[in-house]
Design a binder for this molecule. Structure first.
Ligand SMILES: [Zn+2]
Length: 547
C-alpha cells in the first residue's frame, strides 16, 4: 500500500514548559512536528487537537524543552576515532594525577600491545600544570614503561611527547633542525632531543605514526556525533583538514547513521585541502543540505595557548624571549582571506594572541575594503577569550566580524593560563559582558572533543556563573545572563551558521531540533546548569537520543 503523507503531525510534545527562545511567544506548552519541521506551537489543548490516529504523543509532564544546541567550533571528525581508540590519559576524562599515573596507563596498554606496534595516547592540555610533578613525562619516562613500542602522547593540540623508538622512526636526532613554525626541545646538558615536540615539529612524528583506517574514522565520527546528542547538541561546526572526513560524512549520511547536523569548515592552510579546490568547484558557504553543509573555511595564524605558542605582543610570563609562534605570514593570510571572501566562502581565522588578532583584522579589513560585502559573517576563532581592547572591539563591530570565544578554556585551564599569560593581561579574561555591551557578536565553541567533552550546558553554566572547575569564581563582573549564554549556542549560533531561518528557536516552520531537560535551566542556580540531565534529544522531529 502506498499513500500520500498524512495530513496530521507525526509527533506532538505537550504538557511542557517549552522555551522557544523566539522574540514573540517565548514560551508555550506544546508543539507539533511534521516532516522534520515544527508545524504548530501553543497551548496543550489547542495543539493536541491536531493529532491523528498515528500521531506519536509525548507527555513532557511539565519538563522543560529548549531548541537543539550548537557548538560552533569542534574537531569532531579528527578526534572522534581517538575517543574510541586511544590510550586515554586526559585528566578531564579519567583519574590521572601524576606522571606515574600516566606511565601506569601506558604500561597497561603496552602489556597487551604487540611488540613494535605504535601506542598513541592523549593527555589534556597544560596537564603539566595540574599534575603533582608539574612537568610532562619525557622520552626517558616513556622508554622505561614502553621499551618495545613507539609511543607518542599529545597534550592538547600543540605539544606531543615521543619516546626513543618514535623519535627514531621519525629520524629525529640531536641534529634535526626545528621546522618552520615548530620546535624540537633539546636537553640543555646533552643536546639530545627530550622527546617534547611543539606545533609543527609534532608533524614529523605524526607523519610516520599509523593513521586510523577509513572504517575506524567513520565509526569514530558516528560515535562522537552520538555523544553530542547526549548533551543536547544537534549541530556542530566541524573543522576538517583532508578529504576522508568529508567523504565519511557523506557516506554516514547516506547510510542513515548521521544523527546530528554538521557544518564543515575545511582548513585551507596547513591542510591537505587548498582553498583552490573549493573555489575551482564554485562552492560557496551553505552548499549541502540540512544535515551536512559547507560552513566556510578555516585557517590559523598563531599557535595554541596550551603550548605557549599563541602569539602576543608581549612575551609570556617568566619566558621573556617567547612571544609565541606565527604560522602564516600576513601576505599569505591576506591573499587567502581575499580569495575566499571574493568566492563567497566565509572565513574562520584562528587567532589566540593579540598579535594574531591584529593580523586577522588587518586581513579582513583589507578584503572587505577591496570587495565590500555585507553579509560575510567572517569569524575569529578564540577571539573574546582575552585582550578585547576598546580599539579591537571597535574594529570587530565596524567590519561585522564574529568572535568565537571558548569559555571551556577558562573552566578547565584558566588557572594554568593565568600562570603563563599573567594576571595583568587577564584582568578581563573571557569578558562576555563587556563584549555584549560593546555589540560584539559572540557564539560559543568548545574546541572539543580532544581536550574536554562537547557540552554547551557546561559552557552556559560557566558563562552565567563564572564558577570554574579549579574552584574560583573568576571575574564575576563579566557574568552574562542565562538567556544570553543560551543565545551563544542557539539563536546567535544559528545566525553564525547562516541557518537562522531553520534553527535557533522553536517556531513554526523551523527544524524540529528539540532538547528536553530534566529541569528548567532558568529556574536553578546558573552553575547547576552544567549538571542538567538531557532526557531527550530530537533532530528533525525524530528521537535521536533518550536517557
Ligand atoms: Zn580548534
Amino acid at each position: 500500500m502506498s499513500r500520500r503523507p498524512l495530513p496530521y503531525p507525526e509527533l506532538i510534545l505537550y504538557n511542557g514548559k517549552i522555551r522557544t527562545f523566539a522574540n514573540q511567544n517565548p514560551s508555550c506548552e506544546a508543539l507539533a512536528c511534521s516532516g522534520s519541521r515544527i508545524v504548530a506551537t501553543g497551548k496543550s489543548d489547542d495543539v493536541r487537537r491536531f493529532a491523528g490516529p498515528e500521531t506519536r504523543m509525548i507527555d513532557l509532564q511539565g519538563r522543560t524543552a529548549i531548541p537543539g544546541l550548537t557548538d560552533t567550533h569542534v574537531h569532531l571528525s579528527e578526534k572522534g576515532t581517538a575517543e574510541m581508540e586511544l590510550v586515554d590519559c586526559r585528566d578531564f576524562y579519567v583519574e590521572v594525577h601524576s606522571v606515574a599515573d600516566i606511565l601506569q596507563r601506558l604500561a597497561n596498554a603496552a602489556a597487551t600491545a604487540p611488540r613494535g606496534s605504535w601506542l598513541i595516547a592523549h593527555g589534556s592540555p597544560m596537564q603539566d600544570f595540574r599534575i603533582a610533578d608539574h612537568r610532562f613525562p619525557d622520552k626517558h619516562d616513556l622508554d622505561r614503561v614502553c621499551p618495545d613500542n613507539p609511543v607518542t602522547i599529545s597534550f592538547g593540540a600543540h605539544v606531543t611527547i615521543a619516546n626513543s623508538l618514535a623519535l627514531a622512526a621519525a629520524k629525529i636526532t640531536r641534529d634535526t633542525p626545528d621546522p618552520a613554525g615548530g620546535h624540537i626541545k633539546h636537553d640543555s646538558q646533552t643536546g639530545e632531543p627530550t622527546g617534547e615536540l611543539h606545533e609543527r615539529a609534532q608533524l614529523i612524528v605524526k607523519k610516520v605514526a599509523p593513521e586510523f583506517n577509513y572504517l575506524q574514522l567513520k565509526d569514530g565520527i558516528v560515535f562522537a556525533l552520538n555523544q553530542c546528542l547526549e548533551r543536547g547538541v544537534t549541530t556542530v561546526h566541524d573543522i576538517v583538514r583532508y578529504a576522508e572526513p568529508v567523504r565519511a560524512y557523506q557516506e554516514i549520511y547516506k547510510e542513515g547513521r548521521m544523527h546530528a547536523r554538521v557544518s564543515i569548515l575545511p582548513r585551507v592552510i596547513e591542510s591537505m585541502i587548498e582553498s583552490k579546490s573549493l573555489t575551482e568547484l564554485g562552492l560557496i558557504t551553505g552548499f549541502g543540505n540540512e544535515w551536512l553543509r559547507i560552513g566556510g573555511v578555516k585557517m590559523s595564524i598563531d599557535g595554541g595557548i596550551t603550548g605557549r605558542n599563541a602569539c602576543f605582543h608581549e612575551p609570556y610570563e617568566n619566558d621573556e624571549h617567547n612571544h609565541g609562534i606565527i604560522r602564516i605570514q600576513q601576505d599569505e593570510l591576506n591573499h587567502t582571506v581575499q580569495v575566499c571572501h571574493d568566492a563567497g566562502l566565509r572565513c574562520c581565522v584562528h587567532a589566540i594572541g593579540d598579535k594574531a588578532f591584529d593580523m586577522a583584522l588587518d586581513a579582513y579589513e583589507n578584503a572587505i575594503e577591496h570587495s565590500p560585502r555585507k553579509d560575510h559573517r567572517h569569524r575569529i576563532e578564540h577571539m573574546g577569550n582575552w585582550l578585547a581592547t576598546p580599539k579591537l572591539m571597535q574594529r570587530m563591530v565596524r567590519s561585522g566580524i564574529v568572535a568565537i570565544p571558548n569559555i571551556a578554556f577558562a573552566y578547565y585551564i584558566g588557572d594554568a593560563i593565568l600562570d603563563c599569560v599573567g594576571e595583568r593581561r587577564l584582568t578581563k579574561a573571557f569578558p562576555f559582558r563587556t563584549l555584549l555591551k560593546n555589540n560584539v557578536i559572540i557564539a560559543g565553541g568548545s574546541d572539543s572533543p580532544g581536550y574536554w567533552p562537547v557540552d554547551p550546558l557546561r559552557d552556559i553554566a560557566c558563562a552565567a556563573s563564572r564558577k570554574m572547575r579549579w574552584g574560583e569564581v573568576w571575574i564575576p563582573e563579566e557574568r552574562i545572563t542565562v538567556a544570553e549564554a543560551f543565545a551563544m549556542h542557539t539563536t546567535t549560533a544559528a545566525w553564525v551558521g547562516f541557518e537562522e531561518r531553520d534553527k535557533g528557536t522553536l517556531e513554526v516552520g523551523k527544524l524540529a531540533d528539540i532538547v528536553v531537560l530534566a529541569d528548567d535551566p532558568f529556574a536553578i542556580e546558573p552553575e547547576k546548569i552544567k549538571d542538567l540531565k538531557v532526557e531527550l534529544t530530537l533532530v528533525g522531529g525524530e528521537i535521536k537520543y533518550q536517557a
